[in-house]
Design a protein around this ligand. Structure first.
Ligand code: C2G
Length: 432
């Protein structure tokens, strides 16, 4: 029996894919199709895949052409698959001509003609989401940069009434309503106390929203916004980038798997020395409103949002309110402390302590691709490394486009988490 193997992402399965599968199958008697996993695609620079691995594998299976469908998870797997399955022919589209000649050592390599005029990228680009930016938070520049790497998203223009960052030379709008009217979605990067108003306006005019965190300064306002989004069938994304970053997602799963036992304490520190003039003018966007959402993320993701109480200690300087805040959460069976500062510099690390061991994430933990699981018996310590392309923001944009086009809910960051963050902001304000 002649076994043939081929690989691909097979996102939004189209005629070109079906043709290649048929051509590959015609080369032998038995066709194995390797479908790339999300992680493997990310490491090879393909980040805007729309469908999940399950959906893509199912679509390939449903063609009825493949005899076996397997996931492709790592570099070098092709060699493994060929050897293990006794494969005679490796086939791939002509766009890969020459790239897999090294496999000739293990089987015959065939490049098949590619179907012209159709591609997954084209299909993805058909559903273009136009995004308008409101505000001048420094993350605007990061978002514009990341948006360039994500298919299906386009920055339409920018509206800003106060600016200290050099904004990209995109269409400038003098009026927010006009910007919203020209877009499908709005990215809200105004000061914290103004966000609720902008988000509400955008949702009311039927636009999806991605907002810097917190989305509102009270629980009630956050609930109102999410209620409005649900009613209008719109997406509202709370943009805590770390929540979408692969290393952080893996860290949470490791903890849930019980590796360090029951989590009893979390210490998270986030600081930066920011010299922005308008920080001095506002009672907001100081340490807690600026860093609180990120610092509290591991706490809420690991211990949940049902804490029993929270207490705050805040330092002011003559120039600025809240140059440093320490917040301690008391849970039924655990504690957590977050330290945040914009006027004090400290080690921005994260420690998660459990009954069997602990996890140490070095500074800056919110974008670290590395962490260590440590035990009493240090010989059992283990390091973990992950790709962190785009610091979570890229994956967030990918999910944002996916949620808009498929109406899939935001699995990384739900409205309850976002609302809990707004609730903490409210409690912080009351403590002042
Ligand atoms: N294809 C084609 N015609 C098109 C589009 C794609 O023949 N119009 C072929 C590709 O050449 C490839 C297969 O369909 O053989 C799957 O394409 P993709 O889903 O784009 O996956 P790709 O990134 O090419 O994955 O390591 C190699 C990869 O696994 C191949």
């Amino acid at each position: 029996m002649i076994k043939v193997i081929t690989y691909g992402t097979f996102d939004l399965l189209h005629e070109g894919h079906i043709n290649i599968l048929k051509r590959a199958k015609a080369l032998g008697d038995y066709l194995i199709v390797g479908v790339t996993t999300e992680n493997f695609d990310i490491t090879r620079g393909k980040i805007n895949v729309r469908q999940s691995l399950m959906e893509r594998m199912e679509a390939v299976r449903n063609t009825g052409i493949a005899d076996e469908v397997i996931p492709e998870e790592y570099v070098g797997q092709k060699i493994d698959d060929i050897k293990r399955n006794n494969v005679s022919i490796f086939a791939l589209g002509s766009d890969w001509e020459g790239k897999f000649d090294y496999l000739n050592e293990y089987c015959k390599v065939v490049y098949l003609p590619r179907t012209e005029g159709i591609s997954s990228s084209q299909l993805r680009a058909d559903k273009l989401v136009k995004v308008g930016i409101a505000g001048s938070d420094p993350t605007v520049l990061k978002l514009v940069k990341q948006a360039e790497t994500v298919n299906g998203i386009e920055i339409e223009g920018i509206y800003c009434d106060e600016t200290e960052v050099t904004l990209p030379s995109k269409n400038k709008y003098a009026d927010f309503d006009k910007l919203a009217a020209d877009c499908d979605a709005v990215y809200v990067a105004v000061r914290p106390e103004l966000r609720y108003g902008y988000i509400k306006k955008a949702l009311e005019s039927g636009k999806h929203v991605i907002s810097e965190s917190p989305v509102a300064m009270s629980e009630k306002q956050a609930r109102e916004l999410y209620g409005l989004a649900a009613k209008k069938n719109l997406q509202l994304f709370d943009s805590v980038k770390t929540a979408y970053a692969l290393p952080f997602l893996r860290l949470i799963l490791l903890i849930k798997s019980g590796l360090i036992g029951e989590v009893k304490n979390i210490d998270a520190t986030c600081t930066s020395l920011e010299v922005r003039e308008w920080l001095k003018k506002t009672k907001y966007y100081t340490s807690f409103t600026g860093w609180g959402s990120i610092a509290v993320l591991p706490v809420f993701k690991i211990l949940g949002t049902e804490y029993e109480s929270v207490s705050f200690l805040t330092l002011n300087s003559e120039e600025m309110n809240d140059i440093y805040t320490k917040a301690t959460f008391k849970y039924k069976n655990a504690l957590a402390t977050i330290n945040v500062g914009v006027g004090v510099k400290s080690e921005g690390d994260l420690r998660i302590s459990g009954t069997k061991g602990y996890i140490y994430v070095p500074a800056p933990w919110w974008k670290s691709g590395y962490f260590e699981v440590r035990f009493e018996n240090a010989s059992k310590n283990k390091p973990y490394y992950y790709e962190n392309e785009g610091e979570g923001l890229r994956m967030e944009l990918v999910q944002f486009v996916r949620s808009i086009t498929t109406n899939e809910s935001n699995f990384y960051f739900d409205s309850e988490l976002s609302t809990a963050i707004s609730k903490v902001m409210e409690e912080y304000e009351k403590s002042l």
